[in-house]
Design a protein around this ligand. Sequence first.
Ligand code: NAP
Length: 260
Amino acid sequence: MEATGRALVTGASSGIGRAFAEALAARGHDLVVVARRTERLRELADALQAHGRATDAMAADLSTDDGVAAVAARLTDPSTPIELLVNNAGFGTSGRFWDLDAEREAEEIRLNVQALVVLTHAALTAMVPRGRGGVINVSSVAGYQPTPWGATYGATKAFVSSFTNALHEELRGTGVRMLTLAPGFTHTEFHTVSGDDVSQLPGVLWQSPREVVDAALRAYDRGRAVCTPGPLNTAAAVFSGSMPAGLTRRVAALAQRRSS
Ligand SMILES: NC(=O)c1ccc[n+]([C@@H]2O[C@H](COP(=O)([O-])OP(=O)(O)OC[C@H]3O[C@@H](n4cnc5c(N)ncnc54)[C@H](OP(=O)(O)O)[C@@H]3O)[C@@H](O)[C@H]2O)c1
């Protein structure tokens, strides 16, 4: 990465977000780390002192308007500009759609979609006039096709991929980068939160958060539009993109039913 300014990472209290914060601090970025669990953020800020980087821990619930507004204000504050935004905070729900709690489904859309759109907008209003900076939006391989038994989650990630890919093109020539990161199964707290039983899935399908983040930062450095980390996830993405929709929908249903 050419410039090492300040980076803001949402969902940094765990998993992929924490790995982003650690990798970016190691690369020389000061950080603003955002999540709800303040104790976790404080512990992370202490750990990042080892890299000699300044870390602000910002507690915010990004499923609420107030939480999103506070982080958007931080992104547009000209006194402490943000060079890189990582929209990583997100969660999934798993099960038959009509059995799931409707308010939890709506919260999933507010966090995975609405917060990401508002924060991307705030970041770009500051970055485009400066002619530099970037945004990494964390999607999922679940966004490459409909995701039965995870219908809302897959749809939120399809939105993230489409939205971010469109902006990648709009930003050509501005000096600002935009990357879609679409991981597959990654060892984090995600599946505990979603209630997915993934205990039977073979180890070969899994990546560590660090592997996902290293692939993402390599792609970001090269100005790529999309990063699907790992050969198996890349193959799954190619399959979903090249096969008839009816077939990918059925395969996704079979795969998802095994893990829910
Ligand atoms: N793990 C996978 O297999 C996988 C695969 C593909 C894509 N992804 C995507 O990767 C991203 C990171 O997930 P992860 O796997 O690292 O899961 P994780 O370990 O559960 O981390 C999720 C992060 O999001 C934060 N978060 C959740 N709700 C929030 C809210 N309302 N406001 C602010 N922050 C909130 C959590 O912090 P607090 O609870 O402290 O708020 C936590 O830091 C997500 O967008 C997920 O969809 C994950």
